[in-house]
Design a protein around this ligand. Structure first.
Ligand SMILES: Cc1cc2nc3c(=O)[nH]c(=O)nc-3n(C[C@H](O)[C@H](O)[C@H](O)COP(=O)(O)O)c2cc1C
Ligand code: SF4
Length: 678
């Protein structure tokens, strides 16, 4: 029996949890027609199999029709959910993993233009900044119906084989009643704390009556809204005690903060560059003072911090949620004393940001997450060992090398720079985005452990590749910044990457022109603004930096808004002209013939990259497949055909930005899905 505190069992009422690690509720937006079907089940099953003790499924599964999903949530108000839930719970139980589900009514945190177009309801008319619906103020019959809905949904979950449920009470209807900021009701459900909690007590009573005493019922709630006029830590503790006093709540899952704005949400769920485990001690205080079983998650990305949380008695169960999206095998690797092999969560929060843009949750550097039905988390060895040459050690090249090495191939990598990393190495130069380098470092360690040979400072030409006599050559040479977008004056501009790399010094009065909309423009702007310069960030789009997305935008805004920075949307930089020491920017718009001229001493352009593909085209005639990739084979996981050129010597593939400018996830996914079948 292991002495590791993380691996000790925990008795939660009548349920034995086999260790102290859990996945907290998070909706990855994988439901199909509101149901947790095969993709959903496969996602949880792989984590259950790898040893996590408890997986809290769903996130905000809707108990009522007028709580329409904001990010493709499970519709717990439909009876047809039961058999799908049963398949999910059976699959997890087969591996000894406990399964629960989070139920909620979103209140005003949704929009009336979703689902059945019913008005959102809340204890006040005030809208939530993030979701924008002006809600109807709840009336008596809404309350009666919603309480009933909670009980019905809880019963469905019990019938589906869930070990328990968790009520969501941070930013949703339940705590919209609690918080003075969102409750303007008078009478039984407004005013005193007792009144503001009445709705929750009635829900809890109704659920208990329906599911009985043995079924586990917990609550994930804000014990400190950290918001002007909101629930204070003192009131949060009172709430915690009152929940305990009901005698009906089996665990507390502690949240600190408010989620009604993007910055608020980001403080609750910190992204990269923000402090690890910022609310852990607070959760520990709640545990100490209230004495109920206590769970908590918020950027506890590494095993050492998780272990500390248990050893110090701060938590009973420690949530490692994004960490499990990055690596489902955490518990297995702890047990096998392979903690160093855990693929680190780098806090990029690509996963969460995507669901707020109507996407599904995908991990920036684990493309198998959410694709468990088609992509492996563990790479199977190949039947035949091949000689694989990879050119370029950016994210695509490093993933190709890792996967090829895991397949048992003999792998050689050429890289022109002195180190691996490509654009990620540059990105990670900013202190705030330093965690990104783990994407490369983890792959480097995996490669070195499997004997991959690296040739740095080597700008590989065709003959270098041919000299290796490869069976497979993979070109992952990335791209060069593309700034050639003006009708005049392209020679007068710098690229965002020039600034990030430190190759070009910041000017004093700078126009950052961004029509790519990704991180590079804001990252360059942040560096320029920090030097004390005036920066104007201009985009022809309706909003700036659309690909950065909501939570990732928060640290940028915090770094930019207190500096001399302005944002200009819907204007297009057309040309640049030298005028003495300055550069005249000719600015127009796609909306009219309007133009104006303004002066800057530096213009920085962010317009993606142009593929560095010369080597690929040099090698193409000598390859067996003439570079051809059969897309169906790629998508459906079959070997690639190699019969295009009978005289060819090797298979040739091109991946990542060497094909076209995309993002880190796309580059790594390109590599995984190609190389897993080589
Ligand atoms: C894709 C995604 C969806 C989430 N959805 C929910 C949700 O519906 N309900 C909830 O309580 N928390 C949700 N969360 C928050 C997580 O439960 C967790 O609190 C958060 O990710 C911080 O923990 P971590 O740092 O271990 O990831 C979500 C997180 C992610 C990544
Ligand atoms: S996208 Fe980033 S934050 Fe989300 S799981 Fe992956 S590494 Fe972690």
């Amino acid at each position: 029996m292991s002495r590791d505190p993380l691996l000790q069992p925990y008795q939660l009422k009548n349920l034995t949890l086999k260790n102290r690690i859990m996945i907290t509720s998070h909706e990855p937006a994988y439901p199909e027609d509101g149901m947790p079907k095969d993709r959903y089940r496969a996602y949880h099953e792989v984590r259950a199999k790898a040893g996590v003790a408890l997986t809290m499924t769903a996130g905000s599964a809707a108990v009522s029709r007028n709580s329409p999903p904001v990010f493709n949530n499970i519709l717990a108000y439909k009876d047809e959910v039961v058999p799908w839930v049963r398949r999910l719970t059976d699959a997890c139980h087969d591996h000894g993993c406990a399964v629960m589900i989070q139920l909620t009514h979103l209140g005003r945190r949704t929009h009336w233009n979703k689902g059945d177009w019913l008005p959102a309801v809340a204890p006040s008319h005030e809208r939530e900044t993030a979701h924008r619906a002006f809600p109807k103020q709840v009336e008596d019959w809404d309350i009666v119906r919603i309480i009933q809905d909670y009980a019905d949904a809880a019963e469905r979950m019990k019938e589906g084989g869930m070990d328990g449920i968790e009520l969501q009470a941070y930013g949703h209807l339940m705590d919209q009643f609690w918080s003075p900021v969102t409750n303007s009701l008078e009478g039984p459900y407004g005013g005193s704390l007792e009144n503001r909690m009445r709705f929750s007590f009635e829900v809890i009573d109704a659920i208990r009556k329906r599911v009985g005493d043995d079924f586990i019922l917990g609550i994930r709630y804000t014990a400190d809204e950290d918001l002007q006029g909101g629930i204070t830590p003192e009131e949060g503790l009172q709430i915690s005690h009152r929940l305990k006093e009901t005698g009906q709540i089996d665990f507390l899952n502690v949240i600190r903060g408010h989620i009604d704005t993007d910055p608020g949400l980001t403080d609750v769920i910190p992204v990269q560059g923000m402090r690890n485990a910022p609310h852990l001690d607070f959760a520990g205080r709640v545990r100490r003072e209230v004495g109920l079983p206590t769970f908590h998650a918020a950027k506890i990305p590494d095993v050492a911090t998780a272990r500390h949380a248990i050893t110090e008695g701060l938590l009973d169960m420690v949530g490692m949620t994004r960490a499990h999206m990055a690596d489902p095998m955490i518990v297995r690797k702890i047990k096998e004393k392979r903690e160093g092999d855990i693929r680190p969560c780098v806090g990029a929060t690509y996963c969460l940001d995507r669901i707020y843009q109507a996407g599904d949750a995908l991990c920036i550097h684990n493309p198998a997450t959410g694709r468990e039905l088609t992509m492996p988390h563990e790479i199977a060895p190949a039947d035949v060992s091949r000689k694989v040459v990879v050119v370029g050690a950016g994210p695509a090249g490093m993933e190709a090398a890792r996967v090829a090495a895991e397949r048992g191939h003999e792998v050689t990598v050429f890289e022109a720079a002195p180190d691996a990393g490509g654009q990620i190495r540059l990105t990670a130069r900013s202190e705030r985005r330093r965690e990104m380098i783990s994407i490369i470092e983890w792959r480097m360690e995996q490669c070195l452990a499997r004997g991959v040979k690296f040739n740095f400072n080597t700008f590989a030409e065709a003959e270098d590749v041919l000299a290796e006599c490869p069976d497979v050559a993979i070109i992952a040479t990335g791209g060069m910044p593309h700034t050639d977008v003006l009708s005049e004056g392209n020679d007068l501009v710098a690229s965002s990457w020039d600034i990030i790399a430190g190759d070009v010094k910041s000017g004093r009065r700078v126009l950052v022109y961004d029509d790519a909309g990704d991180h590079a423009a804001l990252q360059a702007a942040e560096l320029i603004a920090a030097s004390g310069a005036h920066v104007e960030i201009m985009t022809p789009d309706r909003s700036f930096a659309p690909d950065v997305m909501a939570m990732n935008l928060v640290p940028y805004m915090r770094a930019l808004q207190d500096k001399d920075v302005r944002f200009t949307v819907t204007y297009r930089l057309k040309a640049a002209k030298r005028s003495g020491n300055m550069i005249t920017a000719v600015i127009g718009t796609d909306y009219s013939a309007f133009t104006e001229e303004r002066e800057f001493d530096q213009i920085v352009i962010n317009h993606g990259t142009i593929p560095l593909d010369e080597l690929y085209f040099d090698l193409k005639p000598r390859s067996k497949n003439l570079g051809f990739v059969k897309q169906e084979a790629l998508v459906f996981g079959q070997p690639q055909p190699l019969d295009a050129n009978p005289k060819g010597e090797f298979a040739l593939y091109r991946i990542g930005d060497a094909v076209s400018a995309r993002n880190t996830h796309a580059a790594i996914y390109d590599a995984l899905r190609l190389v897993k079948d080589i």
